[in-house]
Design a binder for this molecule. Sequence first.
Ligand code: FMN
Length: 301
Amino acid sequence: MSLEVKVATLNLRHPVMNASGVLGDTPGSITRLVKLGVSAVVTKTITSNPREGFNPPTIVKLPTGGLINAVGLTNPGKEAIKELTRAAKVLGVPIIISVAGRNTSEFVEVSGEAWRAGADALELNLSCPHAKGYGIELGADPRKVKEVVEAVTSTTSLPVLVKLGLSDKVIESAGKALEAGADSLVLINTIKAMCIDVYTLRPILAATYGGLSGPPIHPIAVRVVYDVYREYGADIIGVGGVSDWVTAAEFIVAGAKAVQIGTALINSDNVIREILEGLRKWLQYHNVKDVSELVGAAHKR
Ligand SMILES: Cc1cc2nc3c(=O)[nH]c(=O)nc-3n(C[C@H](O)[C@H](O)[C@H](O)COP(=O)(O)O)c2cc1C
């Protein structure tokens, strides 16, 4: 029985990796991710220069099990890519560098640094919902998606994953990313949201708005993966509210070859091991030898 998958030309031991922004910003946190059992490490989104991010509070835990965060793309800048890549290489795990920029040339600059450092793939973050100028505006504009992806694919030979968020244009943007040479689509990022303190009468997050993650966004993310797979039959990584093997399996049958986990990794050290055990039993239940036989199964009736 095999959980091995091939995503964007990367051969992975199994389909579960971390989502960008949850660990993956220091060599120590990369070691921790590998101990937690990821098949590939995804770094925190990296911009050209270091960013300090927003003032606290930056994360609010919701009673529904979700989180709203407005970290503000805090990151160590492109100079850190070398040491992050080295840390993953020592442990023998593929590393995907998440990249963002204010404009196309910043995406190209940071991607070039990752390529020179020997990273295994790039994940272009075109979808941060709360760092102004750095994300969702790009991903929601199919012309800009094409421009950024084309610029990166024509200047590096690394596999390119494109991470999109929820927008009216997500299907169209996904198509443009693929046309521009994306190897894989990462769907979805957090969803713009807010919460208000009814005693102080003020928004709780210092940045007012943040991104909603965790179980509340899972059905929305499944819908996006399902629609994009139906439209293009593309290579997809599902992200949003994976917290157990069932939510991971749901992404797979919707059309994802792999899944990423963010919020649930903050809450539990065992979640990846539990998911892998559950997926193996699920393959037995369906009497299939290879998880790839179930990718997109919800479309084959
Ligand atoms: C604290 C935190 C920080 C995040 N930072 C990033 C980031 O730097 N880049 C990115 O593409 N996504 C970032 N995300 C979004 C996650 O990668 C993921 O798309 C989202 O949280 C949905 O997955 P989940 O429900 O499993 O958390 C962040 C999420 C959280 C909770």
